[in-house]
Design a protein around this ligand. Structure first.
Ligand SMILES: Cc1cc2nc3c(=O)[nH]c(=O)nc-3n(C[C@H](O)[C@H](O)[C@H](O)COP(=O)(O)OP(=O)(O)OC[C@H]3O[C@@H](n4cnc5c(N)ncnc54)[C@H](O)[C@@H]3O)c2cc1C
Length: 398
């Protein structure tokens, strides 16, 4: 990307430009989905959405430090929509591997939040070992025919497209015969069945795919090279999961800007308790460490490598979420055994305890992140894999 130092823009002029634009256009948080999309469309049109991207795709080709200036101004007024070149998994994956026809069709709608997406990776026999997928894609003229089953597919019910990995060659070792597609979800060959989660929500689904059609232009990367595209997509997903997570679902305010755990301890009359103070301090220290680590991982990703450091951030976030939920429960004591809308603090603590597993399983389990860190960051020997180098057709399945 071009170095914006050569362009006649200064940090100050950029800051001023975005401030003036926000003053003129930002009138407060959108009240509904229609307003949210209208806001995103404005941000994209003004080229604030993907600051480091090429101008051809609504970007400004800014350096990271300049992009951060704009992101800070958006954050200062609470406006969403910028920074999507770091956070929009779908658009980033498409920009990296998509055909020109698919980019023309979907990049801008994805940035404007107009397209629903889901991830069609996991299968009943392939979760941690994603390369063991058995969903197949067969070329027929100018399209592919897809057959198989996916599971744990979040938001499949409302998705327009699914990022799909499917096997296109059974005669090569398992990592080499996989291709990556944007599968249109709204077609007769795609059946979505909801699953109920431990938090009583229903975001998960099973997806049954029978003779579904995927146009040739929806193939990302080369045929059989989907594993590489998947690694880039997983790095973006882990990076997003490593940065944040859902808060309490009661929506009750805690502490008006104060650290939520401190506010909760104050409210419960336990802020003077040395054990509680120590537990809260540990969580804050973990969060700070993770923020620094994430910044380092982002810098590496910018240089074009899919960073194994993303796994560190995701693993850290998983630990932070479990620790936070545990400290909330400790602060509430026996009161945490209560449940339901009459006891919102206990309800929040219990929800967060259960929901912490979202990050320790989704996007690759904690154990898998430890394997990646061991092998790619610490340089430890690889796990033995007996089926790595044989044609997938000859791999025994359970
Ligand atoms: C909230 C949430 C959202 C999700 N959303 C999606 C989605 O949108 N799309 C999608 O495709 N999938 C999604 N998933 C599925 C998720 O990616 C898988 O559940 C995950 O990769 C684990 O696969 P598995 O469930 O098959 O468990 P398995 O792979 O069977 O693992 C079972 C246990 O064995 C351990 N294990 C397995 N292999 C190893 C190893 N080599 N070394 C050490 N330990 C190992 C695991 O850590 C785990 O504890 C989601 C999951 C969750 C929880």
């Amino acid at each position: 990307m071009a170095d914006d130092a050569t362009v006649s823009v200064t940090d100050e002029s950029l800051r001023e430009e975005v401030r003036v634009w926000l003053q003129k256009n930002w009138t407060g948080a959108p009240a509904n989905e229609i307003e949210r999309r209208a806001w995103l469309a404005k941000v994209v049109e003004a080229r604030w959405a993907v600051l480091r991207w090429p101008a051809q795709w609504a970007g400004r080709e800014l350096s990271d430090s300049r992009a951060r200036i704009i992101e800070r101004e958006f954050a200062a007024v609470g406006a969403p929509g910028t920074g999507q070149d770091r956070t929009n998994l779908w658009a980033n994956t498409l920009l990296t591997g998509g055909t020109m026809a698919l980019k023309d069709k979907l990049v801008l709608p994805l940035l404007r939040g107009e397209v629903g997406m889901c991830l069609l990776y996991s299968e009943p026999g392939a979760g941690s070992d994603l390369a063991a997928i058995r969903t197949r894609a067969e070329r027929r003229g100018d399209h592919f025919v897809i057959n198989g089953q996916k599971v744990w597919t979040s938001y499949a019910a409302s998705a327009d497209y699914g990022m799909l990995i499917a096997r296109t060659d059974w005669d090569v070792p398992k990592h080499r015969g996989i291709s990556f597609f944007f599968l249109p979800m709204k077609q007769p060959g795609v059946e979505v069945r909801p699953l109920r989660q431990i938090t009583d929500e229903r975001q998960f689904n099973e997806v049954f795919i029978t003779d579904a059609i995927c146009p040739e232009e929806n193939l990302l990367g080369e045929l059989g090279q989907g594993w590489g595209v998947l690694q880039t997509a997983l790095a973006y997903e882990r990076s997003a999961m490593g940065e944040g997570a859902r808060g309490p679902r009661s929506g009750l305010a805690e502490g008006d800007g104060e650290e939520p755990l401190i506010a909760l301890a104050r409210e419960a009359g336990r802020l003077g308790d040395p054990l509680i103070r120590q537990e809260i301090a540990k969580v804050i220290a973990l969060r700070r460490l993770n923020a620094l680590n994430t910044a380092r991982a982002k810098a590496e990703l910018k240089q074009g490598t899919s960073s194994a450091l993303m796994s560190l951030g995701k693993l850290a976030m998983s630990r932070i979420l479990h620790e936070e939920a545990r400290v909330r429960t400790t602060i509430l004591g026996a009161g945490s055994l209560l449940e339901g809308p009459d006891f919102p603090r206990a309800d929040d603590a219990n929800f967060l305890t259960l929901n912490a597993y979202f990050t320790s399983i989704g996007g690759g389990t904690d154990q898998i992140q430890r394997n990646i860190i061991g092998e790619r960051v610490l340089g430890l020997p690889k796990e033995p894999e007996v089926d790595r180098d044989i044609p997938f057709r000859d791999v025994r399945s359970s």
